[in-house]
Design a binder for this molecule. Structure first.
Ligand SMILES: CC1=C(/C=C/C(C)=C/C=C/C(C)=C/C=O)C(C)(C)CCC1
Length: 328
């Protein structure tokens, strides 16, 4: 709903030629991504690890740190490939996560083949990054260069020339994929789940087309994505794996539970901060080489993508029993 309101509001503002100042967009992005999105991500880990065995938790942490180390290494060695992976992570998180939420809430009866499921995820995820490339090319290119510049300023400039062609190819490809996805869903069953899926996919595409990219991405993850993820967790009634015995919040009385929750919160915050410091320290120009605000946006976008990579790897590939995107 909030996305619909934003899409319509910014659509009208755009039609009236009202432009949102870039500074304001950057502030919205940082508030959304730092203050709102990060705690949501942390909560997903907590939910997933809460009743798991200690050995599982250690493996989880090990995979997590390895993936983070690998991504940082790739970004340092080949910053443009690192940027490409960051975009892929953002799209995979939005796309695969969105599909799982759809399955838990409205069902996916109209998605009968693997291909259709892949297309559904690609269309939802693609909206997050591919649609802004088409509709907000200048901002997109400017911030992409800043992100690459955290390691090697200027490394993206050799890709500036063919950008218009790339945009055209991406725009047509995305339009085709969206149309094919909606048409196939209709042919393979239609019904209520198809209607919800088609409506959501179109809304996402319109939202990322009309809302300026920094505001759009900065609010999409906390508003739509995280809120829906938490709602999904809340709708899961029985835990498929794990045991009350291992419950991180287990305790005989309310104050023990509260104290344990406090410990989890503090340890989680310190661990996240530790990773942040390590990533900051690893980048040659952690806040870019120009102004602070755009530099902070670039740094945060890389950092959040780096920590989100294991989120996806663990959530969808390695932890099939439960996973971050578990649906009963
Ligand atoms: C390239 C690019 C961007 C990239 C943002 C990214 C890569 C965000 C990743 C978010 C994730 C992974 C969130 C997970 O919860 C901006 C800043 C929108 C500006 C336009 C250009």
């Amino acid at each position: 709903m909030s996305l619909l309101v934003l899409a319509v509001t910014f659509g009208l503002l755009g039609a009236a030629e009202v432009r949102v100042p870039l500074r304001a967009q950057m502030v919205v992005y940082l508030v959304g991504m730092v203050a709102l999105n990060l705690p949501h991500g942390g909560y997903e880990h907590f939910e997933n690890l809460r009743r798991r065995r200690p050995s599982f938790r250690w493996r989880y942490v090990a995979v997590y740190l390895t993936a983070i180390g690998g991504f940082v290494g790739l970004f340092l060695a080949a910053p443009v490939a690192g940027l490409a992976l960051a975009l892929t992570v953002a799209m995979a998180k939005g796309g695969l996560g969105g599909l799982q939420v759809l399955e838990a809430t409205s069902g996916t009866d109209h998605l009968q083949t693997r291909f259709q499921r892949g297309l559904a995820a690609a269309v939802r995820g693609g909206a997050v990054m591919l649609v802004p490339i088409v509709f907000w090319p200048e901002t997109f290119h400017a911030f992409s260069s800043l992100m690459v510049g955290l390691v090697e300023p200027g490394a993206l400039s050799s890709y500036a020339g063919p950008f218009d062609t790339t945009r055209l190819v991406i725009g047509s490809g995305y339009g085709l994929a969206l149309t094919a996805h909606i048409a196939l869903g209709y042919v393979r069953g239609g019904g209520r789940s198809w209607l919800v899926d088609a409506g959501e996919s179109l809304l996402l595409a319109a939202y990322f087309a009309f809302v300026p990219v920094l505001v759009a991405v900065g609010l999409y993850f906390p508003f739509w994505y995280s809120a829906r993820q938490v709602a999904r967790t809340a709708s899961v009634e029985t835990e498929p794996v794990g045991d009350e015995r291992w419950d991180l919040l287990g305790g005989a009385d309310a104050s023990t539970v509260a104290l344990r929750a406090w410990v989890v919160l503090v340890v989680g915050a310190l661990a996240t901060f530790g990773v942040l410091v390590a990533v900051y320290w690893a980048f040659p120009n952690p806040l870019g080489t120009g102004n602070l605000l755009p530099g902070a946006v670039a740094f945060w976008s890389m950092f959040i993508s780096i920590v989100a990579l294991p989120h996806i790897v663990v959530g969808s590939l390695l932890d099939r029993d439960r996973g971050i995107w578990y649906v009963p």
